[in-house]
Design a protein around this ligand. Structure first.
Ligand code: SAM
Length: 340
């Protein structure tokens, strides 16, 4: 059965946050470490609860793609065992398994991720210069100060491992890393990687600054001064506009939730680490954040009851998210708590 909302959008992509904790304090996500990351064990969905929920989505709604994210998903204890257990469901339900990570503890996990069935790997990387990387990510701790090299090494290893898709996510901030756009494009010249520039978005606690915002069109203009971009046909539900560059192995994509939102083809739902299902990345009302944990922990409710809750909640999904001025006024949860 399709999980449709009242605007006929089919939801076949589930993003699941494994934890609200992260070892980085990126200035656009968790400036100065101000976002609270304190879900205790009981507030987190346990791996058994998460697996039950994922099974319901797969068996009842034919979900086609599951992305594990966070916080930093690999920080959660036994995340690899959990990933294996989700990977084992692939033969039964035929879906794609994806992971988004900041790459700072990725290297040792790579063989297991491949073995356990991760198809798509997104690595977040916002600078290729050590000082700027450390500034953006708030990597002042001595054990993290070498992170950029570690992340790039991990990308190089991942490239050799035949993941179905390897992507780099980059948030460009005016005056901070916009002078690295061309360096990033050159970085994927000989790499089978899709580089995606994501527009800087406002969330609760991220102290969004208009002056730092740079829209996709401006980034495209910068790139066009040096390279010819050839647009690819993007598939339904894809949030990025993707371009090829002649003589390049890699591709460049742009995610523009602020300058041109893609609500019309939204096919995604999010499960926060605390077990709330978010209908839209920017939703803030309780109507759009459904506490599935409570239902999962009610012993009188069956999988079929939970299926009904999910179906009727999705019918409340708004047609589109509010414009930027409104978003700034909302008390939306942080990206760390939501799972980006
Ligand atoms: N820790 C993992 C990582 O860094 O990839 C997963 C979680 S992180 C919240 C997921 C993605 O959200 C990252 O690519 C990050 O750059 C992006 N992100 C976080 N805050 C953002 C913001 N304010 N605007 C745009 N993208 C943001």
């Amino acid at each position: 059965m399709n999980l449709e909302d009242k605007f006929g959008r089919e939801h076949n992509y589930l993003r699941v946050s494994l934890t609200d904790r992260c070892n980085l304090k990126c200035i656009y996500c968790n400036p100065m470490g101000k976002v609270s990351q304190k879900l205790n064990r009981n507030e987190l969905l346990s791996f058994d609860e998460l697996k039950r929920l994922i099974r319901i989505f797969l068996s009842e709604f034919g979900i086609k793609k599951i992305r594990l994210t966070g916080g930093e998903p690999l920080l959660r204890k036994d995340s690899d065992k959990f990933i294996r257990s989700i990977g084992e469901l692939k033969t039964l339900y035929g879906f794609e398994l994806a992971l988004t990570t900041n790459g700072t503890i990725l290297k040792n996990y790579l063989p297991a991720l491949k073995l356990y069935g991760v198809d798509r790997l997104n690595i977040s990387l916002d600078s290729l210069k050590p000082l700027n990387y450390n500034y953006i990510t708030g990597c002042n701790d001595s054990h993290l100060s070498n992170s950029l090299k570690y992340v790039i090494d991990s990308i190089k290893i991942a490239e050799t491992m035949n993941f179905k898709e390897l992507k780099i996510n980059t948030v460009i901030l005016k005056g901070i890393n916009d002078n690295e756009v061309i360096d990033f494009v050159n970085f994927i010249k000989n790499r089978d990687i899709t580089l995606r520039f994501i527009e800087y978005m406002p969330f609760g606690d991220n102290e969004w600054m208009k002056d730092r915002f740079i829209c996709t069109d401006e980034i495209i203009e910068k790139i066009k001064k040096y390279f010819d971009l050839e647009k690819e046909n993007d598939c339904y539900g894809s949030v990025a506009e993707t371009y090829r560059i002649s003589n390049f192995k890699g591709k460049v994509g742009f995610i523009s939730p602020i300058s041109s939102h893609f609500c019309k083809s939204c096919n995604r739902l999010r499960i926060k680490a605390n077990g709330k299902m978010k209908l839209c990345l920017f939703s803030s009302s309780s109507k759009e954040e459904i506490d599935l944990k409570g239902y999962l922990r009610d012993p009188s409710l069956t999988d079929s009851d939970i299926k009904q809750v999910i179906m009727s909640s999705v019918l409340n999904k708004e047609k589109e998210h509010a414009p930027i001025d409104e978003l700034l006024k909302l008390k939306n949860s942080s990206m760390l708590n939501t799972g980006g």
